[in-house]
Ligand binder design. Structure first.
Ligand SMILES: O=C(O)CCC(=O)C(=O)O
Ligand SMILES: [Fe+2]
Length: 314
């Protein structure tokens, strides 16, 4: 498979291809689209279903209960962010979505503990903590395998990302896009790029997700059931000096016949360790392709971007 024949995101098997072939195909999809789709990723379908069922139950709770877990006290990094609060960088209308964030639980004496607030859990749903703790660990594990494929594709050692991503400030986001009324201003999620290294997305089978391809056209991303959608975030774009493009994407409103249907999805934003300094890899810099961005620590970059999307005050 060469890059030029890729005009739809291929669905790649993590078990049918050997390690080198998977890395080549995954890398080609990333270079072409900034997106990839993967099956046979080994995540337990029953666990995913449990997570999505709990997500539906949480968002069905009364607003007064959900706002008890308001994430404004921790920069939007844990707990509940109400409908209409987040706005795409540079966007005009706030997004038509509400979400819940789960992060990494570090011990209080960990040197990085200051950069990661403790999780909050909804008392109303005791299964939340065990189920999402397991899902977070599963995403961490598959994320590490995908980073290893990216490393091979870039000509690095397979374990290159192990240390930079260990105890990364990753976030599991549970998303609810309620039914959309015909006169609603704005869209479910305005065009944006993800901040982190890579995003692993599950449950986005209800349509609406679109990526902007290199020709500037919006291409629907329609994963078959259970397939993981992975995209390049801004941190990987910076690290690879834009060789791997962080691709703009959005979630458009449903057509009239599906307006009454809510949409749920579960992106895992895989982050670097907060103290890791993101600087272009030497193999991605040349005379013809000079360095594009100055070095910056993952934590400083994250803070800068959270201000831009309205999750922390200036
Ligand atoms: O819901 C989706 O399918 C995508 C969500 C997304 O792009 C995001 O939350 O950054
Ligand atoms: Fe996104």
């Amino acid at each position: 498979m060469t890059q030029s024949v890729l005009d739809q995101i291929p669905v790649l098997s993590m078990t049918e291809l050997d390690r080198a072939d998977f890395a080549a195909a995954f890398g080609a999809s990333f270079r072409r689209f900034g997106f990839a789709m993967v099956r046979d990723h080994g995540m337990d379908p029953a666990l995913i279903e449990e997570g999505l069922a709990l997500t539906r139950r949480f968002f069905a709770l009364p607003e007064a209960v959900k706002t008890r877990y308001d994430a404004r006290s921790n920069s939007g990094q844990r707990g509940y962010t109400a409908f209409g609060r987040e706005i795409a960088k540079g966007g005009r209308e706030n997004d038509l979505k509400e979400f819940w964030h789960i992060g990494r639980d570090l011990s209080a004496n960990d040197p990085l503990a200051g950069t990661m607030p403790p999780n909050v859990w909804p008392e109303e749903l005791p299964e939340f903590k065990p189920v999402f703790t397991r899902l977070f660990a599963a995403f961490d594990r598959i994320g590490a395998a995908l980073l290893s494929a990216i490393a091979l594709h870039l000509g690095l050692e397979a374990d290159w990302f192990d240390d930079p991503a260990r105890n990364g400030n990753s976030i599991l986001r549970l998303l609810h896009y309620p039914p959309v009324s015909p006169d609603a201003p704005g869209i479910r999620a305005g065009s944006h790029e993800d901040i982190n290294l890579i995003t692993l997305l599950l449950g986005a089978e209800e349509g609406g997700l679109e990526l902007k391809d290199r020709g500037g056209h919006w291409l629907p991303v329609v994963p078959p059931p259970g397939v993981l959608v992975i995209n390049v975030g801004d941190m990987l774009q910076r690290l690879t000096n834009h060789v791997l493009p962080s691709t703009s994407h959005r979630v458009v409103n449903p057509p009239p016949e599906r307006r009454g249907i809510a949409r749920y999805s579960m992106p895992f934003f895989l982050h670097l360790r907060p103290d890791f300094v993101i600087d272009a890899l030497p193999q991605c810099v040349s005379e013809n392709h000079p360095r594009r961005d100055p070095p910056i620590s993952a934590n400083d970059y994250l803070k800068e971007r959270l201000v831009e999307i309205g999750l922390i005050g200036k």
